[in-house]
Design a protein around this ligand. Structure first.
Ligand code: ZN
Length: 304
């Protein structure tokens, strides 16, 4: 297993195998990539571009994909998947980011959710395709990911990781995602499993097993939420929950675990808290994933 940080600033915390820097998160702001951290880019979730081009927002019978549309679980504004200017600009941007970092990990690669996108361009593209609505959406997502993959893997010769939302069952109907289509295009998968608490680790362990089964030969990374931008410290996951879930995800087959914080210093706070949970780590020795516990034990040196 490998362990990574997943942070909003270009700063590496000690005691990890790799680092993922959010150069362009879904809020849409962009920071320059760095040479020793992987770059994380959200493509269609993009508040800045949506603000500049409100007519590019994804459309549906239940309304546009503004983050205020409560018919959907949209946490940010999501653009139409076939908007040609955005697609072209993001292709060039992602290739450039890849050239200036060890590789690119993507988020928000897909249609906003079920029923999207019904803008006039999408409706026309669908009719011209002769495909069913769901198959047309699948083809759009796969074809665009093939283009991005060629830019990153073939042209820039860098590592490429596709990120998906934690829905192993209905991602085809909701987002236009076919895991079988994407598997040959990516080096590994990332499944974002963010939550403000992990009080019931059983569910997350089940999701890990589900994705492990789907991805077959492609490595599965999961990302866990530790401390996000602007969070109240009383409303983030307890370190004990994160320790327990890490072990259970490890035994369920996760090949990599990433820990999300706003700042690198919050990773250190988390490490300190994990090191302090001596009894819990002792108790988890019978859970069947010593590898994660050994990794945590290595932090004793980091936090002194
Ligand atoms: Zn559209």
């Amino acid at each position: 297993m490998k362990f990574g940080t997943y942070v909003f600033e270009p700063k590496k915390a000690e005691g990890f195998d790799f680092h993922l820097f959010r150069v362009k998160p879904e809020v849409g702001r962009r920071l320059p990539p760095v040479s020793d951290m992987y770059s994380n880019v959200a493509i269609f979730g993009d508040n800045v571009t949506a603000r500049n081009h409100p007519d590019w927002i994804s459309q549906s019978p239940l309304g546009p994909a503004w983050r205020t549309n409560d018919n959907y679980n949209v946490r940010w504004d999501i653009l139409c998947h076939t908007q040609p200017d955005h697609r072209a600009e993001q292709l060039d941007y992602i290739e450039d980011v890849a050239r200036h970092s060890p590789g690119v990990w993507l988020n928000s690669i897909h249609f906003a959710d079920h029923g999207h996108c019904t803008c006039p361009r999408c409706k026309e593209l669908w009719k011209k395709s002769g495909l069913s609505w769901l198959e047309w959406r699948r083809k759009e997502v796969t074809d665009y990911m093939r283009e991005v993959s060629e830019r990153v893997r073939d042209r820039a010769k860098k590592k490429f990781v596709i990120g998906v939302l934690p829905d192993p069952v209905a991602s085809y109907e909701r987002f236009g995602i076919s895991f079988d289509d994407l598997a040959p295009l990516t080096d590994e998968f990332l499944v974002v499993m963010f939550s403000k608490n992990y009080a019931t680790p059983w569910y997350w362990e089940m999701l890990t097993r589900g994705f492990k089964k789907l991805f077959k030969d492609v490595k599965l990374n999961i990302a866990l939420y530790v401390f996000g931008p602007g969070d109240n410290p009383s409303e983030v996951p307890a370190p004990s929950e994160l320790v327990t879930l890490s072990v259970r995800a490890g035994r369920a087959g996760a090949d990599g675990i990433l820990y999300l914080t706003d700042k690198a210093s919050q990773i250190w706070d988390f490490q300190k808290a994990v090191v302090d949970r001596v009894e819990l780590r002792q108790k988890l020795k019978t859970y069947g994933c010593q590898e994660v516990l050994d990794f945590f034990a290595g932090w004793e040196k980091v936090v002194g």
